[in-house]
Design a protein around this ligand. Structure first.
Ligand SMILES: Nc1ncnc2c1ncn2[C@@H]1O[C@H](COP(=O)(O)OP(=O)(O)OP(=O)(O)O)[C@@H](O)[C@H]1O
Length: 224
């Protein structure tokens, strides 16, 4: 499902490497926490796995597709099977909350009546129904984070990547998200969640990947 061999990443203009010699293998339907100190490279690794950046060196396959030989259109199709909850939400400011959440379904060319039904169901589940026609700037941080969660989950992604997805949420909402992730795993989705919250990790024991200074260190998780 996900395989990294000797992957390194350096950002443009950077002299050293942000991620170094990463080897990682994650099976379909697995759940992994991603931990490490601030600046260790967690967000950079998640940007890589969600195909927003590509490795500087090494081999990476995502959803069983080697990315270095994939065409642009193959990468575009792959990205549509990935749900990503970025740390800064990245909602489209000019679009309503409804349209932000509907985006993955529209990319998959679902029928409008089905889109309306599914978006309203997820708005209701996350307590956002009254914000359907609002714009992102009119919402609180926690509400925007829930919109980002809804957008990532609505297409039932094959791979779900979440970067501190509960940092602006209350405890009940964090548990709602964990429950949804549990369900996705049973459907075969692979899930990776970066977090600084040991309380969150305790509530869902799972293997963890530990990044230190751009390198994965062994912790008894899935990685090699
Ligand atoms: N676009 C970029 N260009 C240059 N350097 C970057 C870029 N993005 C991240 N970095 C650098 O990569 C390193 C790792 O950053 P990253 O955000 O991946 O860490 P992190 O583990 O997610 O940290 P945090 O827990 O604080 O979110 C940092 O030194 C950062 O400055």
């Amino acid at each position: 499902m996900i395989n990294l061999q000797n992957v390194t990443l350096s950002h443009k203009g950077e002299r050293g490497f942000t991620l170094r010699h990463l080897n990682l293998s994650l099976p379909r339907g697995s759940f992994s926490w991603l931990v490490g100190p601030s600046g260790a490279g967690k967000s950079s690794l998640l940007e890589l796995l969600s195909l927003n950046t590509l490795p500087t060196q090494g081999q990476m396959s995502v959803l069983d597709t080697p990315v270095e030989t994939a065409s642009r259109s193959a990468l575009r199709h792959l990205r549509r099977r990935i749900g990503f909850i970025p740390q800064n939400y990245r909602l489209i400011p000019e679009w309503s909350i409804f349209d932000n959440i509907a985006l993955p379904l529209r990319l998959h060319r679902h029928r409008e009546p089905d889109i309306r039904r599914e978006v309203h169901a997820i708005l209701n589940w996350l307590g956002l129904t009254h914000h359907a026609e609002a714009f992102p700037s009119q919402l609180s941080g926690g509400e925007q984070q829930r919109v980002a969660i809804a957008r990532a989950l609505i297409g039932r992604p094959a791979l779900l990547i979440a970067d501190e997805p509960t940092h602006a949420l209350g405890e009940d909402q964090a548990h709602l998200l964990l429950d949804a992730m549990r369900q996705l795993i049973t459907l075969g989705t692979t899930v990776i969640v970066a977090t600084h919250s040991s309380a969150l990790m305790r509530s869902f024991p799972a293997p963890s990947l530990s990044l230190q200074n751009g390198t994965l260190t062994p912790t008894g998780g899935h990685h090699e």
